[in-house]
Design a protein around this ligand. Structure first.
Ligand SMILES: [Zn+2]
Length: 228
C-alpha cells in the first residue's frame, strides 16, 4: 500500500507515539521526519545520487538515470511512511458487549530490518480480551491489519515491533489483556548464512491475563488460537 491510499488519524498517531515513548519502545528518529514529504524526497534523491556515484555507477546511462528518484520515492512513500505519527491509519474502533477473547491470525508482516534495510516477512497472530474492561472495545480485522501495516512501514527490530503492536492495542482498546505472536524471516540473515533454518524468529509479547502463561505455554496457546 502507498502512503496516500488511505485516510489517517494524526491525533491518535501522536497519542500512540507518546505512549510508546513512555514505555521506552519508540522507534528512534531524527529531525528529518519534521521535513515535508517533498523536501525529504528531494534531499534523499540528491544524497542517494552522490552515494551511488561514489559506488561507481554512471547516471548518464539510460537505465540508471532515474534510480535515485525512484529509490527516494520508494523510501518516503512506500517503505517507511510509518515513521511519521501523522500517517497512523484512521482505524475503526467499535463498542461491544462480548467478553470472549478476540483473535486475528495470518496478519501479514512485511517490514525492513533496521541494520540492513532488507525485507523481513512473516505473519502475526493477535489476541485480546475485554473481559476486565469497563469500556469494551473491538477492532475489526481490517483495522488490525492496517495498524500492523503502519508499524511495518519503519525500519524495525522485529522484537520491538511486536512490543509496539502489543502496546498500541492496549492503548486503543483500553485493556491490559493482549498477546501478540510474530513469526518472521529475515532476508538479510538468509543471504548471509545460506540457511533456511536460522533466519526465522518467533517473538511473543503478552500482558494481563496472557502473562499467567509461561513463554512456552503462550506459544502453544497462540498455536491453538490459530487453529480455532
Ligand atoms: Zn538485517
Amino acid at each position: 500500500m502507498n502512503i496516500n491510499d488511505a485516510p489517517s488519524n494524526p491525533i491518535l498517531g501522536k497519542e500512540i507515539e507518546d505512549f510508546l515513548k513512555i514505555n521506552k519502545i519508540q522507534t528512534p528518529t531524527s529531525g528529518g521526519v519534521e521535513l515535508s514529504e517533498d523536501d525529504r524526497i528531494f534531499a534523499i534523491e540528491y544524497y542517494m545520487k552522490e552515494a551511488l556515484k561514489v559506488l561507481g555507477l554512471d547516471f548518464t546511462h539510460t537505465s540508471m538515470q532515474h534510480v535515485p528518484h525512484r529509490l527516494s520515492c520508494m523510501f518516503v512513500c512506500e517503505k517507511f511512511w510509518g515513521l511519521l505519527p501523522d500517517n497512523f491509519p484512521n482505524i475503526e474502533i467499535i463498542k461491544t458487549d462480548t467478553c470472549q477473547p478476540f483473535t486475528v491470525e495470518n496478519v501479514e508482516i512485511l517490514t525492513y530490518c533496521d541494520q540492513h534495510l532488507m525485507p523481513i516477512r512473516g505473519q502475526a497472530t493477535i489476541a485480546y480480551s475485554t473481559k476486565n474492561c469497563k469500556e469494551k472495545l473491538y477492532l475489526p480485522t481490517a483495522s488490525i491489519h492496517r495498524m500492523v501495516e503502519y508499524f511495518c512501514k519503519r525500519p524495525q527490530d522485529i522484537r520491538n515491533m511486536t512490543s509496539q503492536i502489543e502496546a498500541s492495542l492496549r492503548y486503543i482498546l483500553k485493556t491490559e489483556d493482549v498477546a501478540v505472536f510474530v513469526n518472521a524471516k529475515y532476508s538479510c540473515m538468509r543471504t548471509k548464512v545460506l540457511s533456511t533454518h536460522r533466519d526465522s524468529l518467533n517473538c511473543i509479547k503478552t500482558s494481563g491475563i496472557f502473562n499467567d502463561l509461561s513463554a512456552i505455554e503462550t506459544q502453544v496457546f497462540m498455536r491453538m488460537l490459530e487453529k480455532l
